[in-house]
Design a protein around this ligand. Sequence first.
Ligand code: PLP
Length: 463
Amino acid sequence: MTQDLRQLFSQIPAIDRLLHDPQITPLVARFGHTQVVNALRERVQQARQSILQAQVLPAWAQNWATAVAQYLEQAGRPAIRRVFNLTGTVLHTNLGRALQAEAAVHAVCDAMRYPVTLEYSLDGASRGHRDQAVAGLLCQLTGAEDACVVNNNAAAVLLMLAATAAGKEVVVSRGELVEIGGAFRIPDVMRQAGCQLVEVGTTNRTHSKDYRQAVTENTALFMKVHTSNYQVMGFTASVSEAQLVAEAQAYGIPVVTDLGSGSLLDMRTCGLPPEPMPQQLIADGVSLVSFSGDKLLGGPQAGIIVGKKELIANIQQHPLKRALRADKMTLAALEATLRLYLQPETLFENLPTLRLLHRDAAAIHEQAQRLLPALAAHYSPAFTVAVQPCLSQPGSGALPVDSLPSAALTFTPVSGQGSELEALAARLRGLPVPVIGRIAGGGLWLDLRCLEDEAGLLEMLLQ
Ligand SMILES: *Cc1c(COP(=O)(O)O)cnc(C)c1O
């Protein structure tokens, strides 16, 4: 080792000495001995690497206390953190889909803090059913006879098939062999559930006779899958649930539907095209309908199955139900969310998903105008800030080709350089409450549809 390197290494203080540094002892009180020692070791290691690779001490080695404090702050940051969702996608899967209503937040906090009547009925102390409270509400809201709740809709579809059609044939239209993001594909789920998929019709057209001709003595179900994340347009034909139920009656075959989003409310009230609703399908005679809790319903992640009493009873008794069941926090949040639907007068006010979908473009535009002057001044001269109309999306595969008029704040680099745009987007992602927008057409777009904490955003963006 050269004299120079030796000299550099000698400048790295001993960990024991650092631990007694009056600037570092407060860190021990705050983060604990173990974490501070680990952080010091990590920093010493980084300094050694820097000497070996670049023959210099890192700049931070000027002040070890600050460097270690920074390291501890970074490492102590939760991996799951609050962000501002200004992507324009209301139900953003990567950002956690539906925001919970205050009533749901309170219900979850209680379920976390205190013992709750999860499987315990207070009248008579017999062991109640885990889904019972929620099932009552689901029946009231959808007109179904009974209900079952599991971890998510993927689990609901798997369980529904495993409990009603294992070892048997399930007839599905070729136009409905859907892939949802994250490796959920109907043919694969079918195999996992132990069912044999019988494809009928073509990609664009399937008729009643296609289902009829596929019936064998081993047919267990006719299944419909809502093509929630794409649309087939042009020369198309499909068989509605009502038609299929009429067709199936002659054979005594139940019809089941994977509805995906399953809004309990007519989406036309939000200025969106109608999305099929579970209550309609139940009224049409479908035996089982499954849908998500955290898509348009606006509740927690959950899979909900509603339908005929005896089929739900089979599902409840299936061993997979135990493996896929929802936890107490989910059930508490779902119950509180469903209760909001009993009071339609205040639903839009109290349920964030609907409140955000329902926001009027003019109000969003006004909000953008309010924020503009401070931001334009702060980001000048490097960026031009403007208010522009844009289109938001419901997201999570719900109503995939439909969009809602909205307004965005756009940041365009005066230099016209894409690298500056990327740097800005990265800087906003690095804020204490990260701000997530999207880059399009040479600018960074912050769609304000989902912005409710206006002061909080301004505080971040003016840092
Ligand atoms: C979203 C969706 C699923 C998966 O639901 P998760 O709740 O995300 O598991 C399944 N089927 C359809 C048609 C969907 O739209």
